[in-house]
Design a protein around this ligand. Structure first.
Ligand code: FAD
Length: 428
């Protein structure tokens, strides 16, 4: 028997490793593991777990049409595979690559286990167009600046036809088995009350994306984040969509995603450490009371507060506002970017370690291709540019302009001066 292991590729269509598993073998057992190592850190109504379970249900329903079924397990992957190996004669395990440090360590341990049992572990690129060392400088070193990276990405892309893997046409090769499809309740979770917005990659959205993407009140971004995160859509299909438009801005965003993925691959230490080491010498004030007010959206800076309330209520925040709240936390409140990164990791539906760490370090000034530290967003000026009618702000702060709305917790000018002083002291 051959095992296909779903991880961040929760779809039957255009799934690279699933295609190879089915094309190369008869009798493929499709599995998903709810990993206790990950689940134990989440609240029981975590919206991402509900999303994953819903996607698995979509897969299960599709499989059941052909009399097949998905096996869902709950445990630590090493133990689950130990059990599977004891119950079946397995020749190979197929999966798609995952580039996060935890996943790389897990896969390495499993590789050793499989090797001991003479089982092949066949893994494929699926969640990106280019991975690892595929887009590097001519001397083989990784790019740490976006523009030259994206130029090389596009150059390579022009010479590489976009593949489509017709996994969906081979489902008859899935094995019959008696493993269960666990419910949310079986894994100790309950459905989340958060509704995930459907994604939109219509021609009109992509054609107008450049003009509309920066205005949070318009809601004119794709909402693809969570779908890409869990592989509910194929990145190849999304890039093909982006290419249909004359406007390149949307494609550029998808390339930012790959830029940060390769940064995390080459520099996994940036999860914990600043990419520019000197930035770890900044004397963060890390005031817990101010941090709490930031989390709750009660800073008295309306753009910041609207963003944090959007995040707390929906699990989403518009990109422009993410930049404003992140800059505010690091530069106005002098709180370590890692605190903000961790809070976003808890709350964001589309939480993606590479993009979250990369963008937080960008906002703090400590990362690759980051804005210079002395460029400090003025959260009030940003309103004039991006929400001048206060539509987004009033949506999320009904008490705005009433005595119930808090006074600013820090003075902009004083905070800015202190930030410049402390950054300069650390990084010169
Ligand atoms: P769209 O604007 O429609 O963009 C389409 C897709 O392009 C996104 O889904 C995403 O995959 C990619 N993309 C767009 N902007 C970026 C970017 N700056 N960096 C990397 N990829 C990008 N994005 C995440 O996917 N996960 C995160 O955890 C995350 N954390 C962030 C933290 C901060 C502080 C900031 C400033 C940005 C963060 N982003 C993150 C990037 C960006 O805000 C989101 O990708 C975007 O808002 C998701 O909404 P959307 O799908 O409607 O995006």
């Amino acid at each position: 028997m051959t095992v296909f292991w779903f991880r961040r590729d929760l779809r039957l269509e255009d799934n690279t490793a699933l295609y190879h598993a089915l094309n190369d073998n008869d009798g493929v057992l499709p599995i998903f593991i709810f990993d206790k190592n990950i689940l134990s850190q989440l609240p029981p109504d975590d919206a991402r777990v509900t999303f994953i379970h819903n996607q698995l249900t979509v897969i299960q329903n599709q499989l059941q049409k052909t009399g097949k079924s998905l096996a869902v397990f709950h445990g630590e992957p090493f133990e689950v595979f130990g059990k599977l190996l004891s119950e079946n004669a397995i020749n190979a395990v197929y999966a798609n690559h995952d580039y996060e440090p935890y996943a790389r360590k897990r896969d390495l341990e499993l590789y050793q286990l499989f090797k001991e049992h003479r089982i092949e572990f066949k893994t494929c690129k699926d969640q990106v167009i280019f991975e690892k060392n595929e887009v590097v400088k001519d001397d083989g070193s990784p790019y740490v600046v976006y523009t030259p990276y994206s130029n090389k990405w596009k150059e390579r892309f022009r010479n590489t036809p976009l593949a489509h893997f017709q996994s969906e046409a081979l489902l008859s090769k899935i094995a019959s088995h008696s493993y269960p499809f666990l419910s949310l309740k079986d894994i100790g979770f309950t459905p989340s009350s958060i509704t995930v917005t459907p994604y939109d990659v219509s021609d009109s959205l992509i054609d107008n994306y450049e003009a509309t993407r920066n205005f949070p009140a318009l809601n004119k971004t794709s909402y693809l984040g969570i779908y890409l995160r869990f592989g509910a859509v194929s990145i190849r299909k999304m890039v093909a969509k982006a290419l249909q438009s004359k406007n390149e801005t949307f494609l550029k965003e998808l390339i930012w995603r790959e830029f940060f993925m390769q940064i995390l691959w080459h520099f996994p230490h940036t999860v914990h450490k600043s990419f520019k080491a000197k930035y770890d010498e900044i004397e963060w004030e890390n005031n817990e009371i101010l941090f709490q007010k930031w989390c709750e959206g009660k800073t008295g800076y309306p753009f910041v507060d609207a963003g944090m309330r959007e995040l707390n209520t929906t699990g989403h925040m518009h990109n422009r506002v993410r930049m404003i709240v992140a800059s505010f936390l690091c530069k106005h409140l002098l709180i370590d970017w890692r605190w903000g990164e961790a809070y976003f990791a808890q709350k964001l539906l589309d939480y993606e370690q590479a993009s979250n760490v990369g963008n937080w370090q960008w906002a703090a000034g400590s990362g690759v291709d980051a804005a210079p530290y002395f460029r400090i967003f003025n959260p009030t000026e940003q309103i004039k540019k991006f929400d001048k009618e206060y539509r987004y702000i009033k949506k999320w702060i009904p008490e705005y302009h009433s005595p119930a709305y808090p006074e600013p917790i820090v003075d902009h000018k004083a905070a800015r001066d202190k930030c410049l002083f402390l950054y300069k002291k650390a990084v010169g």
